[in-house]
Design a protein around this ligand. Structure first.
Ligand code: ATP
Ligand code: MG
Length: 415
């Protein structure tokens, strides 16, 4: 019986010159982790593809869909693998084209990566083309703009035949672009921002600030659901949760009403920066989009940004809400974000937030409470959960590690 497998195409990795094998190896590692439980028997590299084979030698559409979610995957083709015998690959081409939905025209595209194979590609095109014309007399050949292209590729003693491939998420394999800490609320924007940076190869470590103990922990559960939705793509290493309610109350008592949100955000960024240093992350990520809400004017973004020195990436800064929502649907976070939950953003909100804050006033407010002690205390009380789908994630090293061990111990004890 002819074997069915998934051929994974990865255009962008091919552009990386000498780094190419590092990128390819990372993609193979990530696929191994993402496909655990799918009955995969081998994942190997051949001539510009990654090949995923299953124990039952019959890869399915469902497996192809799971592969398409992995960053670095440009396209996935469900292909037949056969020998070099003409009869075998002609029959596979007939099966492959027979499975193509609604088409009128087709062409054959033969390729050889094995120079030892004696049949020329022009001849292969003819051999396969005539078999297809015979099997599908009502369909037409169109070599310029066909509805379906049947690829017949000879590689290392085997022939791979496929008629359809579907696009993957693209981007680069996670683990090839370092690590970021992303500020994750349970709104639509920040999960999309996190996913976008993860798709470009960064390991993401989300941090969520909850209103606990002043609010329930619902937003924390929503964030866990969000991260669970993102986890199969392998972008998330660990989710941190910072109970922030008590500290927000202190801020609301200390600073002028209009500057509360900016002050909350400055504390959040500083805590996230500390976690980033601990994690060895090189940037923060937020879901801000210019002008979307009061806190996202240029003046306010600058006043918040001033609190940290680490770069803050804002992948959605130029996106409209409709675009963000469309992406949220695609990545499976939309329905989760539709559930509203009180988080720290809904706590102690001013009636009239400042939309164009003056930095001088912000800094005066900042000096009116013990912000250093507050950040210290918040970092000391972070909680977290790890996600096994990100093979490149390594728990923090560095000066604060003993402290982390202590926290880990506490988490384990509470389980
Ligand atoms: P989102 O849809 O991501 O909640 P938003 O449109 O509600 O964003 P803001 O509430 O102004 O916008 O938040 C701007 C950004 O600040 C968010 O995208 C997120 O990165 C970060 N942020 C806001 N609230 C929190 C929170 N509770 N925990 C962690 N990060 C947060
Ligand atoms: Mg929000």
């Amino acid at each position: 019986m002819t074997e069915r497998l998934c051929l994974v195409h990865y255009h962008e990795i091919g552009l990386k010159g000498k780094n190419r094998s590092t990128f390819e190896n990372q993609l193979v590692t990530n696929l191994h982790r993402a496909l655990a439980g799918w009955g995969v028997s081998a994942i190997s590299r051949i001539s510009g593809y990654v090949v995923v084979e299953t124990e039952d030698r019959q890869a399915s559409e469902e497996l192809a869909s799971a592969i398409r979610r992995v960053p670095g995957v440009a396209r996935v083709s469900l292909a037949y693998k056969c020998g070099l015998d003409e009869g075998e690959y002609r029959a596979a081409a007939v099966r492959a084209l027979g499975e193509a939905p609604d088409f009128v025209t087709f062409k054959v595209h033969a390729r050889r990566s094995s120079t030892t194979y004696p049949v020329h590609t022009l001849e292969m095109n003819q051999i396969v083309g005539s078999a297809l014309c015979e099997a599908f007399p009502d369909k037409k050949v169109d070599v310029h703009n066909p509805d379906v292209t049947v690829v017949v590729h000879v590689v290392q003693g085997s022939t791979y035949v496929y008629a359809s491939s579907a696009p993957g998420v693209g981007g680069l394999p996670v683990g090839t672009a370092g690590k970021v800490v992303s500020l994750l609320s349970s709104g639509f924007d920040s999960p999309v921002a996190t996913w976008m940076v993860g798709r470009r190869g960064a390991i993401c470590v989300p941090v969520h600030f909850s209103g606990r103990p002043m609010t329930s922990d619902t937003s924390e559960w929503l964030c866990q659901d969000l991260v669970d939705a993102l986890a199969p793509s392998g972008i998330v290493g660990r989710l941190y949760v910072v109970p922030f309610g008590e500290r927000q109350r202190e801020i609301s008592l200390a600073v002028p009403q209009g500057l509360r949100i900016i002050t909350y955000r400055r504390v959040m960024l500083q805590v996230a920066e500390r976690i980033a240093r601990l994690e060895g992350a090189k940037a923060l990520v937020t879901g801000e989009s210019l002008g979307q809400v009061a806190s996202q004017t240029l003046e306010n973004i600058a006043a918040v940004n001033e609190a940290v020195t680490i770069p803050v990436l804002r992948p959605l800064i130029g996106s409209d809400k409709q675009e963000i929502i469309a992406r949220a649907h695609e990545i499976g976070t939309y329905d989760i974000c539709c559930q509203t939950a009180p988080d720290c953003c809904t706590l102690f909100m001013p009636r009239r937030p400042e939309t164009h804050a003056r930095l001088e006033a912000v800094l005066d407010a900042w000096e009116s409470f013990d912000h250093e002690g507050m950040v210290e205390d918040l970092v000391a009380n972070v909680e977290w959960r790890d996600f096994s789908q990100c093979p490149s994630y390594h728990a923090p090293k560095g000066p604060l590690r003993p402290h982390h061990r202590e926290l880990l111990g506490r988490e384990a004890a509470e389980r």
